[in-house]
Design a protein around this ligand. Structure first.
Ligand code: CU
Length: 157
């Protein structure tokens, strides 16, 4: 298992442009590149329950080899897992995803109301302005650490 350290991308200009229109960068992590993987838009909301929080981000596979997201850990939670949303009659409920494929040239998008990283049994309550250290495990790339900023609940980008 290789330990990959994310390095900032020269994506600051795009970020500044976005900031002029929507203040997109105030509560979003800068783009991170780790090998062939590019991470953007990582954030979490300050949790509304004392026990759980959700983390969102996008990762793009710029390489020629498929990868798979297989797990995660966070410094503020005793456990973390990926959840998808499935329709169950008129209800929508969360279901655990053991792994999420990341094909060559493809993306994984984690966002509110869809696939997300669920942090459970929080050992610390993150507040707006805090950041969470999240370690992601990829079958091919190994471990990648994201620094995830915490937004006030429900604030958009
Ligand atoms: Cu969930």
């Amino acid at each position: 298992m290789t330990l990959a350290t994310g390095t900032p991308l020269p994506g600051r200009r795009a970020c500044l442009v976005a900031a002029l229109t929507a203040l997109a960068c105030r509560h979003q992590a800068p783009a991170i590149r780790s090998g062939d993987l590019e991470f953007t838009g990582a954030y979490s909301f300050a949790p509304v329950t004392p026990d759980e929080a959700s983390v969102y981000f996008r990762v793009r596979n710029l390489g020629a080899s498929d990868d798979t997201l297989t797990g995660a850990n966070a410094d503020i939670a005793a456990s973390a897992m990926f959840h998808g949303i499935i329709a169950d009659g008129a209800m929508r409920r969360m279901t655990r995803l053991e792994r999420i494929p990341l094909p060559a040239g493809g993306s994984i998008i984690l966002e509110p109301g869809a696939t997300h990283l669920m942090l459970m049994h929080l050992t610390r309550q993150p507040k707006p302005g805090d950041s969470i250290a999240v370690d992601l495990e990829f079958r091919r790339r190994g471990r990648v650490r994201l620094t995830v900023p915490v937004r006030p609940y429900g604030t958009g980008d």
